[in-house]
Design a protein around this ligand. Structure first.
Ligand code: COA
Length: 377
């Protein structure tokens, strides 16, 4: 396509690339909805399992439907033994997001019906993926540390089970609920980079496993899901509250980005950050360690004063997870444990009314060149 015909926006900002009933982000007013429900309402009152049903079906489940989905997910927590054996061959220093990508991709071999793009087969694949992605992330942390894998417990929710498989002991009720809400908050965010990726792949009628694998690859980048780990690395590098001002000033002078700040859509407070700020404070009180929360607050204040910018979902999730004792490089896999619900919801929606996604590029190269044999160049 030539420049004259093009309306290309850098990074496709503001371009509407799909119709979806799953979620909407109002970046001006800081409102996030899933299928019509405000994120604050869902965080206050629902569970992650209920939100999964909502994202896949467009409505909240009744009691029987919720029990049915929950038991189907729990019955699928265990990952095929072949996949665990495969993971044991990986280098112990492999990045957990790379492990997740490759392991999730390999689940495909053990789900014979998983290639179907009809609702029934695709939903069954979505159930397996949603149930097993947390098992893989937790198992990897144990494998790389030379520990026995903790088998999933089908009596536990996705949130409780993940923390249980990671640590070998059950979280207390307060921590489990905070983690459950964190999963709700990260579940969907309209056409973010990874969700858009999954829709593009699903649009070719590739199967659920392929689309989700591509989503994991996209989520791993530092400008997307990778930001939460980088927030914690930044806090650890700064080290103490008295060094925050100098760090922020020199980062801004050098035009470096402060991780966890700013958003492509929100131009006000990210509503998810409101909850995670609260959790960071709660975990600080529980752990008797205020440092990371106080440093985060000071960074937030400075970035607001100097740049008019706000924290995003990754900013306070970093200190929350850190105070839960979760290893830094598992923050992005945890994002995937939640976002799998949004990805699979979008993939199901794409299959329901599929059209191959094939945009155009604005051609900015030369035209009319004539081939010159290599010896004459
Ligand atoms: N720290 C410092 N400056 C920032 C910034 C940050 N975190 N985020 C954006 N800016 C600045 C940019 O340098 C740019 O300044 P300029 O106009 O002087 O060049 C301006 O704000 C606009 O930045 P841009 O990258 O175009 O904004 P965007 O809306 O396209 O990008 C992000 C949004 C999320 C990619 C960006 O804010 C960012 O990289 N944040 C840090 C990474 C992060 O937390 N990602 C997780 C997102 S949920």
């Amino acid at each position: 396509m030539s420049t004259a015909e093009s309306t290309a926006a850098a990074g496709l900002r503001g371009v509407v690339a799909a119709q979806s009933a799953i979620g909407d982000v109002d970046g001006v007013n800081g409102v996030l909805i899933y299928q019509g429900y405000d994120i604050h309402d869902l965080a206050e009152n629902s569970t992650f399992e209920e939100v999964i049903f909502l994202l896949w079906n467009g409505r909240l489940p009744n009691g029987d439907e919720l029990a049915d989905l929950t038991s189907r997910i729990r019955a699928n927590y265990a990952v095929p033994a072949e996949v665990i054996e495969l993971m044991k061959q990986f280098p112990k220093d492999a990045d957990p997001m790379d492990v997740l990508r490759t392991s999730v991709s390999s689940l495909d071999f053990y789900d014979r019906a998983g290639h179907g793009t009809d609702r029934e087969n695709a939903t069954q694949a979505a159930i397996k993926l949603t149930a097993q992605i947390g098992t893989i992330a937790a198992a990897w942390d144990r494998i790389r540390n030379g520990k026995e894998i903790v088998a999933p417990d089908p009596s536990l929710s996705i949130a409780e089970n993940f923390l249980y498989m990671l640590r070998g002991e059950r979280p207390d009720a307060e921590e489990a609920r905070m983690f459950d809400i964190a999963l709700i908050l990260h579940a969907d965010h309209e056409l973010n980079a990874s969700t858009f990726t999954t829709r593009v792949v699903a649009g070719t009628l590739a199967d659920m496993y392929g689309a989700v694998t591509a989503g994991i690859a996209a989520l791993a980048g530092p400008l997307h899901g990778g930001a939460n780990t980088n927030v914690m690395k930044m806090l650890l590098e700064i080290g103490s509250i008295d060094k925050v001002d100098e760090f922020v000033e020199s980062a801004l002078a050098e035009k470096k980005k402060i991780m966890g700040i700013g958003h492509a859509v929100y131009k006000t407070e990210d509503p998810r950050a409101t909850w995670l700020r609260k959790f960071s404070k709660t975990m600080s009180d529980k752990a008797g360690e205020q440092k990371w929360y106080e440093m985060s607050q000071r960074i937030e204040q400075l970035m607001h004063e100097k740049k008019g910018m706000f924290p995003n979902v990754d900013f306070y999730s970093a200190s929350t997870y850190y105070l839960m004792g979760i290893p830094l490089d598992l923050y992005t896999p945890i994002f995937a444990v939640s976002r799998i619900s949004g990805w699979t919801g979008h993939i199901l929606e794409q299959y329901d009314n599929n059209k191959l996604i094939r945009p155009r590029a604005e051609y900015i190269g030369e035209r009319g060149l004539k081939y010159v044999p290599v010896a004459e160049r």
